[in-house]
Design a protein around this ligand. Sequence first.
Ligand code: UDP
Ligand code: UDP
Length: 475
Amino acid sequence: ATPNSGDVRATPGSSRPHVVLLPSAGMGHLVPFTRLAAALCSGHGCDVSLVAAVPTVSSAEARHLAAHFAAFPAVRRLELDLASLDVSEFAGADPFYVRYEAIRRSASLLAPLLAGGASAAASALVADIALASVVIPVAKDLRLPCYVFFTASATMFSFLAYLPTYLDANAGGGHAIGDVDVPGVCRVPTSSVPQALHDPDDIFTRQFIANARSLANADGLVVNAFDALEPEAVAALRQGTVAAGLPPVLAVGPLSPAPIPAKDSGSYLPWLDAQPARSVVYVSFGSRKALPRDQLSELAAGLEASGHRFLWVVKGAVVDRDDAGELTDLLGEAFMQRIHGRGLVTMAWVRQEEVLNHPSVGLFISHCGWNSVTEAAASGVPVVAWPRFADQRVNAGVVARAGIGVWVDTWSWEGEDDGVVSAEDIAGKVRSAMADEGVRKAAASVREAAARAVAAGGSSYRSLAELVRRCRDGH
Ligand code: UDP
Ligand code: UDP
């Protein structure tokens, strides 16, 4: 369909809707967006454009984008040149949150981008939650339907959607966030609330609350979740129990890893191939954060003392471009020699979904970034949850309630002073989790439910089809 002059909107009813996807920053957001892009274009017959704000914060994002566009040439790449941002205003702030802010302040550039670069008129915009409050008005001006994609758990989404009600009811107490009872879902204790949210002036807090208050203005809400893993949260969001006036909620998870051909498979695959079935503990704290040095040493000693084989992905810096350290500097030459053969430690990027689906992997020590949780659920690997930051304790609660893993909720959390979890505690938890038949069975059953949800006719498949239908019909 050809737009009227100056109109970026496709004529409703076009047989192939053109969906424009707008992620924010960080692999935790980019990965589910590229998975959504792949599902919409390969499985559901959409034209898809993906907006990339360049240069990316991390090199992992740059590599992932390049691999994605190479694997899916049909997905159009639109580059958003950000308006310049005076970063001195955000000294010391998390670089990914600062990037959210930079994109937010560039929202007005979307109109010319869509008019010029998109070449085909758009049917709908799907924007990252971190950008919601500024992008929805821009889409409204363009008369484009706007969907908000929440890249984390439905449980965290219900917390976000309920927070304005909570804050308004507790206005007498200022901004203080105590235990939050999310109606129909669960209690989020104050100790599980993302650290930043305790500070009303934090840049993340300001974005988070503005985004929460904007949800009712979206045309629909998309979440990478499925019933079997978060039955209460998915139902409560759909039924309006969490907050009144929300648009339709579409649970489309777990979004499947896109088949991106790998250039180098790394040394870990042959090593995994050589290990017995379900014998390896995979350890990763995600793409965003580094453990403090003293905790790294205890973790190393704990993995060694557990007696199990392990594959450990170590991060030494927040942004990978800064990660110049050597493994031996971080962990010591002696440790590397002692674990040789039994443990593989790497600072390189691994293809996590491939690792989790490898038959020799039997346990995942995870920070519980939501993508990691969905990947563990989809592959049936039990989790030892060790959340450190942001929404990760909320996600760890999901893991524990679903029975697909264990969570010691007293283990350290960034910003708490009670410090370091000992090698002995870590070794004990690894041994008991590796021997836990109940958790293994629950993980296997959630894996099957995940596969059913995304298969043709499953709940998540139908939700995605519903999103496509709505985009095509112009609402
Ligand atoms: N990931 C990966 N290899 C790594 C580290 C991370 O493939 O070495 C992927 C992981 O599979 C997930 C994403 O990067 O898809 C990280 O997102 P998540 O939400 O788990 O955590 P975050 O990094 O945002 O804290
Ligand atoms: N988030 C949100 N509103 C925002 C920004 C982020 O709800 O304005 C969510 C995000 O999807 C995640 C949590 O808040 O559930 C923490 O955000 P962060 O960007 O730290 O997620 P991460 O990159 O660590 O996965």
